[in-house]
Design a protein around this ligand. Structure first.
Ligand code: BGP
Length: 477
């Protein structure tokens, strides 16, 4: 039976995106490539149908139109990033690119005028390529200092208008795909570099928090955080072997960022294992003190799908570089529900399970779902006679996940809101426009024209009515 699911008091709904996935290169100057831009330039073959960040959704030129749709839907928040590689022309001295800064400033004003609160992330994979070439990117301690300079400049320019800042989006992703798993350009595997990047990004989060505190812009109603892609993990069974596999998976992929950001420290077990496997990062005790003194105010958590693991059944080849899968193997649950396009399992309870975890293990720290969504290929086939994409599958996806979010709040979890990935369809790393995530369609065949999908109206009504109707048993008929 359908029931009315009420959004808890103050619970917000928003949508997310990032600079490199939307902006396009209009106005970009020589030397302003980000790592993502360089990867696209150097290894275009792997980008689906050749699309990439070059035009993306052309947000730089069309942001007013897009913000108009945000207003129409009634979004509480829009989250995007400031493009580090474009905001500056000189990364050593944090010299601002006035042209880009002026666009960005207008974009912020337009959001505020539309009643949409901007949330700004300081890095969503947009590390400047020059810093990759010169210093190996986040492998270098110097880049942490440059990031602090950049962030301070961002606060100076926009801190009086932007209340919600985040150090990173998914700080583990680039180095995991590149240096740990060897899946992406420039195809250089090094597990120690992976851990050094992890550490420097955790340190940079604390260092920027410290700079924000000193900036004078952290007023009562402002918050600083970071956005972590938690890979919610379930052991195959309750056997100690499987449980240990899940614990190690969690340590290497989740606690490695959750702990320093929220608790201000790593757990001893991590140091021990890093030493055992010869990939302990270079660190100093004063860095660790800085982390301890600067936990974030809150965290955004990107939650898409569960991970299932079991204890290792097969041996790792002697001499293979260390990989966390030393401790686990993936487990393929028979009968699991899938999003076949993205290849991700759909298990909406991940939100509730993570909410309880925050309550029990992380002092009920304030958090929100910073990304959740469903990427679907060939959505054009769901277009009705008016031209609107009837994405009922996405509406079901939202309802299922929101239901578990609300249940978490009702049980005392400090979960503040839910954001969809993404506001419009946009460019994914490599998959480009293959899987569409947006509330708003980008029509590539017609000049990237925008059109609201049916799910945008679901969002609109849910925001206006502060409730939606849902039958939790619907999935179990
Ligand atoms: C998250 C990223 C987003 C976005 C999203 C969708 O991990 O923060 O930038 O890309 O995933 O996933 P994908 O692009 O891999 O389909």
């Amino acid at each position: 039976m359908n029931k009315q699911v009420k959004l808890p008091q103050g619970f917000f709904l928003g949508a997310a995106a990032s600079a490199w996935q939307t902006e396009g290169w209009k106005g970009k100057k020589e030397g302003q490539d980000s790592y993502m831009d360089a990867w696209y330039k150097e290894n275009r073959d792997v980008w689906y149908e050749g699309y990439g960040p070059a035009i993306a959704t052309n947000f730089v030129e069309r942001y007013r139109e897009d913000i108009g749709y945000m207003k129409e839907i009634g979004l509480d928040y829009y989250r995007t990033s400031l493009n580090w590689s474009r905001f500056l022309t000189d990364y050593e001295n944090a010299v601002v690119d006035e042209e880009y800064a002026s666009y960005y400033s207008d974009m912020i004003d337009a959001c505020l005028k539309a009643g949409v609160e901007p949330m700004i992330c300081l890095e969503h994979y947009e590390v400047p390529q020059v810093l990759m070439e010169r210093y190996g990117g986040w492998a270098s301690r110097h880049v942490v200092d440059l990031f602090v300079k950049y962030a301070s400049k961002a606060f100076e320019r926009f801190g009086s208008r932007v209340k919600y800042w985040f150090a990173f989006n998914e700080p583990i992703v680039v180095q995991t795909r590149v240096y740990l798993d060897g899946l992406r350009w420039p195809f250089h595997q090094d597990s120690a570099v992976w851990m050094q990047w992890n550490y420097h990004k955790a340190l940079a989060t604390a260092a920027v928090m410290d700079a924000y505190k000193k900036s004078g812009f952290r007023r009562e109603d402002c918050k600083f955080g970071t956005i972590i892609n938690v890979e919610t993990v379930y052991p195959r069974t309750d056997s100690p072997d499987d449980v240990n596999a899940a614990d190690k998976f969690d340590l290497f992929y989740n606690r490695v960022f959750l702990d320093p950001a929220i608790k201000g420290r790593y757990e001893d077990q991590l140091f021990d294992l890093l030493k055992t496997h010869g990939i302990l990062m270079e660190y100093t005790s004063s860095d660790l003190e800085l982390m301890e003194a600067n936990p974030v105010d809150w965290v955004g958590i990107n939650l898409y799908h569960p991970n299932r693991v079991k204890g290792r059944m097969t041996a790792i080849r002697q001499g293979a570089p260390f990989h966390p899968c030393y401790y686990y193997e993936e487990f393929d649950l028979p009968g699991k529900k899938m999003n076949p396009f993205r290849g991700w399992e759909i298990y909406p309870r991940i939100i509730y399970d993570f909410a309880l975890r925050m309550k029990n293990e992380y002092g009920n720290k304030e958090w929100f779902v910073a990304e959740n969504g469903m990427g679907v290929q060939n959505e054009g086939k769901y277009r009705d006679e008016t031209g609107m994409i009837q994405d009922d599958y996405r509406i079901d996806f939202f309802k299922q996940h929101l239901y578990w979010a609300v249940k978490g709040v009702e049980e005392g979890c400090n979960l503040k809101g839910y954001m969809n990935w993404a506001f419009t369809d946009n460019v994914s790393p490599m998959n480009a426009f293959k899987n569409r995530y947006g509330l708003v369609e980008i029509d590539l065949e017609h000049d990237r024209n925008r059109r609201l999908k049916k799910s945008a109206y679901f969002f609109q009504q849910t925001i206006a009515n502060r409730c939606f109707s849902y039958d939790p048993d619907e999935d179990y008929k």
